[in-house]
Design a protein around this ligand. Structure first.
Ligand SMILES: Cc1ncc(COP(=O)(O)O)c(C=O)c1O
Length: 393
């Protein structure tokens, strides 16, 4: 068989690998505590499920959906942006597009902007799909390294002018996966200015804007003046309403950019099953109380885990947002060797920071989407770790 070069360049998706390792351990009778993938353990709200069940019985929902979704759905997305972020300027007809999960849109959007040899500015560490989409389009990644010393924000001044001139896309993601960092208005303003100056499509991934703690309020880039001239934002119901399994996301922003993605998608997919679109309408238009309820659970898990990690000598700061702890591995370890040590000694699975890019080396990521009883087991195992040798490999 003659496969594409693209397939060779593609590494196995990190969470597929982690799931395989966990399954193997479990088949050996070992109870693994997994802090791996960010997949909410709490159920989708009942009202949202009820809407699915009722909609599934209606034959109108049994046929091909439209790629751009029901007009009522696009209106519900625009209204949610208004009630949540005070963004009242989104036109549901041309500036809103439902996605089959944010991942799908994040991957496909590369085809709107990038051809072979083009450049995309991609943060490191980052959600891997920004780079993968770039590679699929035959374009090259120029890495914007993220360091703790700059609050895990890229230093835009460090991007060489000749690279900026050639770049067609910049990816940003705040609240950030994997670091948990957040961005303020000043940073977004600078990014918008940069994108305008160099005619770059600014793609912001806001999938974690609602996973926030102690009253922190994350911004949508759409709140900023001039954002809609150059940018598009990706969002998702996955982490808002525990809906990873239903696959629903959305893109909003500049109409030409949104319509570009629509053109790509309409040639590739036939939209989101309408009964699932009805779920999204229910989730976005109904009570938002579930978001706060989830956040208080995540916050208590965050606090327990941060304490335990600090107690065994790991450096980790308590994030204001997102669903992850980003902990520094002890001296003498790499991300992978410490991940392996946790798995072998404690049957605890985490994600090595290096799987989010070279700058993630030296860190591990722990997801807070682990059920409370397993969080407690994980904490117990960490605290009773007799010989962690955290000061030497
Ligand atoms: C930063 C980021 N963007 C997008 C996604 C994908 O979300 P969805 O479940 O809507 O595809 C994830 C999932 O973990 C993510 O971490």
């Amino acid at each position: 068989m003659k496969f594409s070069r693209r397939l060779d360049l593609l590494k196995p998706y990190v969470f597929v690998e982690i799931a395989r390792i966990i399954a193997r351990k479990r088949s050996e009778g070992i109870e693994v505590v997994s802090f791996g993938v960010g997949d909410p353990d709490m159920p989708t709200p009942n009202v949202v499920i009820d809407r699915l069940v009722n909609s599934a019985r209606d034959p109108v929902n049994h046929r091909y959906p439209e790629t751009d979704g029901l007009p009522r759905l696009r209106e519900a997305i625009a209204s949610w942006y208004n009630s949540r972020f005070g963004v009242s300027h989104l036109d549901p007809t041309s500036e809103v597009l439902p996605l089959i999960g944010a991942k799908e849109g994040v991957g496909h959007v590369a085809f709107c902007f990038l051809d072979a040899g083009d450049i995309a500015l991609v943060p490191d560490p980052a959600y891997p799909v920004y780079g993968v989409g770039t590679m699929f389009a035959g374009a090259d990644v120029y890495t914007m390294p993220l360091y703790e010393s700059n609050g895990w924000l890229p230093v835009l001044e460090d991007i060489p002018v000749d690279i900026a001139k050639k770049s067609k896309v910049m990816w940003l993601n705040y609240p950030n996966n994997p670091t948990g960092a957040v961005a303020d208005k000043g940073f977004y303003q600078k990014a918008i200015q940069f994108a305008k100056e160099y005619e770059i499509a600014l793609l912001h991934d806001a999938a974690y804007s609602e996973n926030v703690y102690e009253g922190y309020k994350a911004l949508s880039i759409m709140e900023l003046d001039g954002a809609k001239d150059v940018s598009m934002e990706f969002h998702s119901l996955s982490k808002l309403f525990n809906m990873t399994g239903w696959r629903f996301g959305m893109a909003v922003g500049n109409s030409e950019m949104v319509q570009g993605l629509f053109k790509i998608k309409s040639n590739l997919d036939s939209g989101i099953p309408q009964a699932i679109q009805e779920m999204a309408i229910e989730a976005l238009s109904g009570s938002q109380i579930y978001i706060d309820q989830n956040n208080s659970v995540y916050q208590s898990r965050r606090d327990k885990l941060v304490r335990a990690l600090n107690d065994i000598g790991l450096k980790v700061t308590s994030p204001q947002a997102a669903l992850y702890l980003w902990a520094q591995v002890p001296d003498g370890y790499t991300s992978e060797s410490f991940t392996a040590r946790l798995l072998d000694d404690l049957a605890i699975a985490v994600t090595p920071g290096s799987s989010f890019g070279e700058c993630g080396e030296g860190y591990i990521r722990l997801s807070l989407t682990t059920p409370d009883n397993m969080i407690d087991k994980g904490v117990e195992r960490l605290l009773s770790w007799k010989n962690p040798s955290v000061s030497g490999g």
